[in-house]
Design a protein around this ligand. Structure first.
Ligand code: SAH
Length: 507
């Protein structure tokens, strides 16, 4: 039997982007993942589908008994020949009992590796805008457990040294013992006016920061009902937050936004919203699939050389068209002299990934814009290929035909309802904690109305800003009884993102 191994991997403090590359590599090879309460569950998506997932976390303090149980499990799985990932919040060796787990592995003769992680103090300081050290304020920093001394007669922390000898002091697990520890700092000689920050659920969209002084932070925390998990940063550097905070004052911080695009299309848009601070809930209302039959498209591809123009009105059309070309054993050379028109910059980018520079991108990024360009260019007698989604608007074929063009418009893909809507997004709507829902095509709107009845939808979206990418999508919104609050002048995802930002700046 191959010998197993245990990787103790630091998951970072919360933001799933804060795990190391090495940590992700380990997860990708996992056969068993044993993860904690503080490790972001999204990280489990890096592990293979069939990896065994074991939740070892306990809310609040962990007992020795549980720890022994975990140690036993690690040894047992590794001895069974498995690649075991022990995923731990923050860093495994900072108040994470990683040392004890390694001791257990070492005595059982199980090989292990330790992958460091961004510890909560470092993550929280960065995302709260509080440099832990700064040439003008402090040259030293200490990480201290706030639970120390609890139930013990004497403290092993040298409070005098901590209070007067260390510049910045960070307490872990110190919310329930906050009052006692702040008082100990004062009693041991630190000025009662020393600034303090509490950072809860650091680096996540739910991050909360409370600031005060050694003298008043405990009262403030009590009034605010401030709860764990949080760290406490004590020191002059806390004052820098006023100037350096960046995470929780971004234009869309604390906004929850639903993205209804198909899951393989949502990425770009979701990240544009996320970098502005929004919490994005992806709830695809469409799924793109192959046409019922390839016959029509294949016969058009067969005569590709005869076409003067290939018109593509979305990056999906681009993908399905070129993938089909490839599936037929052909490549872009089959286009010959056929020119290519893209509806807008995103579609043009998608075309360029296949090595083709579009010959035409209208200045108005809509079907209407394409029609207008062709009416200037003159298209009479030309052969136009327009591969499109099923049930698309027939504006382009109709208008180009009126101008005397020969248009064939095969279905290149279909747009269907996904099997189910994202439960997290529906739950958030029911809880009324969604600020905005975005629609980036008519079908994203119309599909939603197919699964939710009009009254229910209207009720669920009460108080939720409706953002639509352009007039055609807005029309569909109105058809199903929704009022559009946000619509950009330019029909692009970046313009839509900016319009959402502007809406909430004045909201
Ligand atoms: N190994 C972890 C610490 C585990 S001890 C690390 O390196 O970060 C648990 C304590 O860590 C909590 O009580 C809290 O004080 C702190 N902590 C962990 N994640 C946190 C987060 N996202 N925000 C604030 N504090 C956090």
């Amino acid at each position: 039997m191959p010998s197993g191994i245990v990787y103790l991997v630091g998951a970072g403090p919360g933001d799933p982007g804060l795990i190391t590359l090495r940590g992700v590599e380990c997860l990708q090879r996992a056969q068993v993942v044993i993860y904690d309460y503080l490790a972001n569950e999204q990280l489990l998506n890096h592990a293979p589908q069939d990896a065994e997932r074991i939740y070892a976390g306990k809310i609040g303090g962990r007992h020795n008994q549980d720890q022994e149980e975990i140690n036993r499990l690690l040894v047992e799985k590794a001895l069974a020949g498995k690649i075991v990932i022990r995923l731990k919040g923050g860093d495994p060796f900072v108040f994470g009992r990683g040392g004890e787990e390694c001791e257990a592995l070492a005595s059982a003769g199980v090989p292990f590796e330790v992958v460091p992680g961004v510890t909560a103090a470092v993550g929280a300081a960065a995302y709260a805008g509080i440099p832990l050290t700064h040439r003008d304020y402090t040259a030293s920093v200490a990480f201290v457990t706030g639970q120390e001394g609890k139930g013990k007669d004497s403290s092993t922390v040298d409070w005098e040294c901590l209070s007067s000898g260390i510049g910045t002091v960070v307490f872990y697990m110190g919310i329930t013992t906050l009052r006692r520890n702040m008082q100990r700092m004062i009693d041991s000689g630190r000025s009662a006016q020393t600034p303090v920050a509490l950072v809860r659920w650091a680096t996540t969209p739910g991050q909360q920061v409370l600031t005060g002084t050694l003298a008043d932070i405990a009262d403030k925390a009590e009034t605010a009902g401030f709860k764990p998990p949080a760290i406490t940063i004590v020191g002059e550097v806390v004052n820098l937050r006023d100037q350096l905070r960046w995470f929780d004052n971004r234009p869309l911080s604390n906004r929850r936004i639903i993205v209804t695009r198909a899951s393989d299309q949502a990425g770009d848009f979701s990240s544009m919203l996320a970098v502005r601070g929004a919490t994005v809930l992806e709830c695809p209302t469409i799924k793109l699939v192959e046409p019922y039959s390839w016959l029509e498209l294949d016969s058009a591809i067969d005569k590709l050389m005869d076409y003067d123009w290939l018109v593509l009105t979305s990056s999906n059309a681009v993908r399905f068209f070129f993938e089909r070309l490839g599936a037929l054993g052909l490549d872009t050379r089959s286009l010959g002299k056929c020119k290519v028109c893209a509806v807008g910059p995103k579609t043009a980018d998608a075309i360029m990934t296949y090595g083709i520079r579009p010959d035409l991108v209208p200045s108005d990024y809509r079907a209407e814009g394409i029609v207008a360009e062709f009416s200037h260019l003159g298209i009479s007698g030309k052969n136009v290929l327009f591969p499109h989604v099923d049930r698309a608007r027939d504006l382009i074929p109709q208008k180009l035909k009126e101008m005397g063009a020969h248009v064939s418009s095969p279905v290149a893909y279909r747009n269907v309802l996904p099997e189910r809507l994202c439960p997290e997004a529906i739950f958030a709507l029911e809880k009324r904690c969604v600020d905005c829902i975005t629609f980036t095509s008519s079908s994203t709107v119309l599909n939603l109305s197919k699964v939710l009845d009009a009254d229910l939808l209207a009720d669920m979206l009460k108080g939720v800003a409706v953002a639509s990418i352009g007039p055609a999508t807005s029309r569909s919104c109105r058809e199903i009884g929704l009022k559009v609050d946000i619509e950009p002048a330019e029909y692009t995802l970046s313009a839509l993102t900016e319009a959402i930002e502007k809406h909430f700046a004045t909201a």
